[in-house]
Ligand binder design. Structure first.
Ligand code: ASP
Length: 481
């Protein structure tokens, strides 16, 4: 009897346990389903990058002869449409969100936020440069590469003759555009015209030209001043503030729509780029060690140093923070452009990481233009790598000069594909190397550009997180007013 009762009780216990087990599995299942549901788009966008690489690789294997430019254009068509949509958002989004964000802050708080952001930008960029220099000096990738640059000299680097001072002065000039409409499409730059008998670049004739590309710095400056002024106007300024607020909300909604097609867009952008590559063997061959050095530095800086700074400053989980930015990071990889990624970065920061919109919309457009840790690291490594190939011995003074110019070159680089390659000229100049030397690294630059853009975007995002954390109380007080 007792045995029978025991068996019954055991069975009951067993069933209860099974039920609890089933409920736990169910809860786990629902949790996973919910997680997949909420992050579906992000998962798809990251998969878009991987699929793009695979599709590009398979298409390359599919036939022997090279894919023609027209065929690549067809493959890239949807990616190009995605990029055009993103780019169309930048201008209205930056202007409206910056004006409305600053108008909602009082002047002293705007100043504090700007100072905190700039201190963060400067510190992390210098860290990135130092990491790059330590790695390239220890690994010495240039000593392992043979110098066969002669057959590459005619590839054309798009570089030009300028001095570091000119590049920095152009940056300041662009802050104050004389014509706002023109600033939406063009920016100024210095051109040095060689005189026949003068070798010294400082004696050349100075001219200026307007080049295509939105002058984001100029628009950021104007919007910041406009925001401060509207805040000062008080009651009278309200109408315009409402206007820009509504516009910025509308732009965020359009951004969400564009984001819906990001998996497809990113996939085709990556696939067409893989189809286009001329020398894939360079990645493992001559430039392999250089590639690994830059990539190693970028990973060390982006995945260890900046998250550590974030952890120390905010005591929050950096891994979760990066995970919440995945959509923006995948887009940065696909587009190679921090500026084009800006709308998605703002959305991820506000909606996934709960960053105050006044901080995100203020700090991010500035960061996307001047804070480029990945680019700074790459510029330093590339210049020293080229010097190693050319057997130029670098003194400590040279290294200090490289650190300063690499920082300046990253600030001067626009948030567009391969902008860093153009500002490299400044860094090469400090070691006495001509601009044409960038041809040595062109073969792998398209891929490194993608990785450094990811770190540039990530650096901006962590910066916004830190500034938001440091300004939380003041922001709260300001909203309660
Ligand atoms: N493509 C990079 C960016 O947009 C700039 C560069 O390093 O060339 O952030």
């Amino acid at each position: 009897m007792t045995t029978f009762r025991h068996t019954m009780e055991d069975e009951k216990d067993g069933m209860e346990l099974k039920q609890i087990g089933a409920i736990t599995i169910d809860t786990k299942k629902t949790k996973i389903q919910n997680c997949v549901k909420t992050n579906l788009l992000t998962i798809l966008t990251v998969s878009g990058v991987v699929c793009g690489g695979l599709v590009g690789y398979l298409l390359r294997q599919f036939r022997e002869e090279k894919w023609t430019e027209r065929e690549v254009m067809y493959v890239n068509f949807l990616g190009d449409l995605f990029l055009r949509m993103l780019k169309s958002l930048i201008l209205p989004l930056i202007v409206s969100s910056l004006i409305s964000a600053i108008a909602k802050l009082d002047i002293s708080l705007s100043g504090k936020i700007a100072v905190r952001a700039i201190i963060y930008y400067f510190t992390t960029t210098v860290c990135a440069v130092i990491i790059g220099i330590i790695l390239v000096i220890t690994i010495k990738p240039g000593k392992m590469s043979s110098d066969d640059s002669h057959n590459q000299q005619n590839e054309g680097s798009g570089s030009r003759n300028v001095t570091t001072v000119d590049t920095l002065l152009d940056l300041v000039r662009n802050l104050f555009p004389p014509n706002l409409v023109q600033a939406c499409t063009q920016q100024i730059r210095t051109v040095l015209i060689p005189s026949t008998n003068e070798k010294d670049i400082n004696s050349w004739k100075i001219d200026y030209e307007y080049t295509d590309g939105t002058n984001i710095l100029g628009l950021v400056m104007f919007s910041a001043v406009m925001g401060v002024t509207l805040a000062k106007l008080g009651e009278k300024g309200q109408y315009l503030i409402y206007f820009f607020e509504t516009m910025s909300e509308a732009m965020m909604i359009i951004t969400k729509w564009v984001i819906c097609i990001s998996p497809i867009g990113v996939m085709f952008l990556v696939a067409s780029k893989v189809l286009e590559i001329d020398n894939p063997e360079e990645l493992v061959g001559r430039l392999g060690m250089y590639f690994i050095t830059v990539l190693g530095g970028i990973i060390l800086h982006g995945f260890i140093i900046i998250p550590l700074i974030y952890l120390i400053m905010t005591r929050k989980n950096p891994i979760k923070y990066v995970g919440n930015m995945a959509q923006a990071l995948a887009t940065a990889f696909g587009t190679s452009s921090s500026s084009a990624t800006l709308p998605i970065s703002i959305k991820c920061l506000e909606e996934n990481n709960n960053i105050d919109s006044r901080v995100a919309r203020f700090v991010l457009p500035i960061g996307a233009t001047i804070n480029m840790d990945g680019t700074a690291l790459y510029e330093a490594v590339a210049a020293i790598f080229i010097a190693q190939i050319r057997n130029i011995d670098l003194s400590l003074g040279h290294l200090v000069a490289i650190s300063i110019t690499a920082t300046a070159a990253s600030i001067g680089a626009a948030g567009i594909p391969q902008a860093g390659l153009v500002t490299m000229v400044m860094v090469l100049d400090t070691v006495g190397l001509p601009a044409e030397e960038v041809t040595l690294i062109i073969a792998v630059d398209w891929l490194l550009d993608r990785f450094r853009t990811v770190i540039n975007v990530m650096g901006d995002a962590f910066g916004a997180g830190i500034v938001d954390h440091l300004s939380r109380e003041e922001l709260q007080i300001s909203s309660n007013l």
